[in-house]
Design a protein around this ligand. Structure first.
Ligand code: FCB
Length: 444
């Protein structure tokens, strides 16, 4: 491959880690097998609200095809793989007795990764809360921190001999702001949101302590979705709505976790849910900042909605991906600089990627130049941030495979690998070959 097609990586560290990310509910399938309990997402899929009435029942069938998927990673040449454990697969009721069959699936996966020379990065929670815990109030129940610590201790005891990289939560701001547990957006939902934010933060802190105490050499962080929230017009109301959302989206979790307090503008709202000592319970020493970044968010004011905002028009001059997400690599570089300035820890980019609905051509090949251009531009932007002193140490593409994209079901594809959901056959896209070429070039 001509090197002109590769991004500028001159400022990245020699030991920079290249990886791919996935999550349990989005790829595993086998939702009713080997004693797995229900998750909130299984139940949500039954409401019929997911595009095309898709469910996670089969997904990519990774539960049965994990060997083939690790083989794909080996071909890619990635040094690391970020995945999540399905909490209800290992603790069907969320707490109490563990499910040996579920645990042994992850044993097999981890062993396969290690045998392939790929470092497992284990995320405890990527949104598939056990429904049994939701029935007990879920994250609105302060007990959730204790449940989560219990789950973390099971994972630490079982996998801590082989896994050293742990993330507590994936994108707490996303699963809180868009949680169905807040109910209809009535007058009480903002109070519920504040309660949930605080409990999720407590759960994070409790899990960090458990991992630190039980895994020798653990390297721990939390994964935050960080995208600048910008007003979609010049109006003052839109500017105020964007500024308010920015605090919830980008600061409500990292500020207490990494710097010990809530942003001043939301502190009074959190106060009723706090007990003495809580901030110290949340702010535990961490090793790195996990960053998921896609694109800026454009916001308009909307009085009758949670936090008074809605998504607004994107600027006419901004290029969009096929699923309508802005392509703004400069915002990625600035976000990296901002995270570095604020938190000072090593940064791992644990998600970045491009969604489309690309299909195979007549020859069966999946040619996706848009994804290659996107990744190239974003990796160059990351390199630019590194050239300005940002301590960025790894980059993980979302995602290894096309998968279940939440409310969009299987209609949106983020994979480097195409998945034919009828046959479950995997076909590496042209971006897969491109990413493999980049990783190879970096190792020379
Ligand atoms: C992130 C999620 C991930 C995936 C990508 C496209 O917000 O963490 O599961 O859906 O977006």
């Amino acid at each position: 491959m001509p090197t002109t097609q590769l991004p500028n990586t001159a400022s990245l560290r020699p030991d920079f880690i290249w990886g791919v990310s996935t999550s349990s509910f989005q790829i595993e399938g086998a939702t009713q097998e080997d004693g797995r309990g229900l998750s909130v997402w299984d139940v949500h899929c039954q409401t019929g609200e997911i595009k095309n009435h898709d469910t996670g029942d089969v997904a990519c069938d990774h539960y049965h095809r994990y060997r083939e998927d690790v083989g794909l990673m080996k071909t890619l040449g990635v040094q690391a793989y970020r995945f999540s454990i399905a909490w209800p697969r290992v603790l069907p009721s969320g707490s109490g007795s563990a499910n040996e069959a579920g645990l042994s699936f992850y044993d097999r996966l981890i062993d396969e990764l290690l045998a392939a020379g790929i470092e497992p990065w284990l995320c405890l929670y990527h949104w598939d809360l056990p429904q049994a815990l939701e029935d007990r109030g879920g994250w609105l129940n302060r007990e959730s921190a204790t449940w989560f610590a219990g789950y973390a201790s099971l994972i630490a005891a079982r996998f801590g001999d082989r896994v050293k990289r742990f993330a507590t939560l994936n994108e707490p701001s996303m699963f809180s702001l868009f949680s169905r547990s807040l109910g209809t957006r009535d007058g009480s939902s903002e109070d519920k949101l504040h309660r949930m934010i605080h409990h999720v933060n407590l759960a994070h802190g409790a899990a960090v302590d458990v991992l630190r105490a039980n895994v020798i050499g653990a390297s721990i962080g939390c994964i935050h979705n960080r995208q600048p929230c910008r007003p979609s017009s010049a109006s003052e109301a839109d500017a105020a709505a964007a500024a308010r959302l920015d605090v919830y989206w980008n600061e409500a979790f990292p500020e207490p976790q990494y710097r010990g307090d809530y942003p001043p503008s939301m502190r009074a709202a959190i106060e009723p849910h706090m007990r003495p000592g809580d901030l110290a319970r949340i702010c535990r020493p961490l090793d790195w900042f996990g960053l998921n970044h896609y694109s800026p968010v454009y916001v308009k004011a909307r009085a009758d909605s949670l936090l008074g905002y809605d998504f607004g028009d994107k600027p006419a001059n901004v290029a969009l991906t096929p699923i309508g997400w802005p392509i703004e690599p400069d915002a990625f570089s600035r976000t990296l600089q901002d995270v570095h300035a604020r938190y000072g820890l090593p940064i791992y980019v644990l998600e970045n990627g491009y969604g489309d609905s690309g299909q195979p051509d007549q020859t069966g090949a999946v040619i996706d130049p848009g994804r290659i251009e996107f990744l190239k531009a974003y990796i160059s932007a990351m390199n630019e941030a590194a050239s300005k002193g940002v301590d960025v140490r790894g980059y993980f593409v979302w995602s290894l495979l096309d998968n279940f994209e939440w409310d969009s079901g299987y209609s949106i594809r983020f994979g480097l690998t195409y998945v034919d959901y009828a046959s479950l056959q995997r076909t590496p896209k042209s971006s897969f070959g491109w990413y493999a070429g980049l990783i190879k070039a970096m190792q020379r």
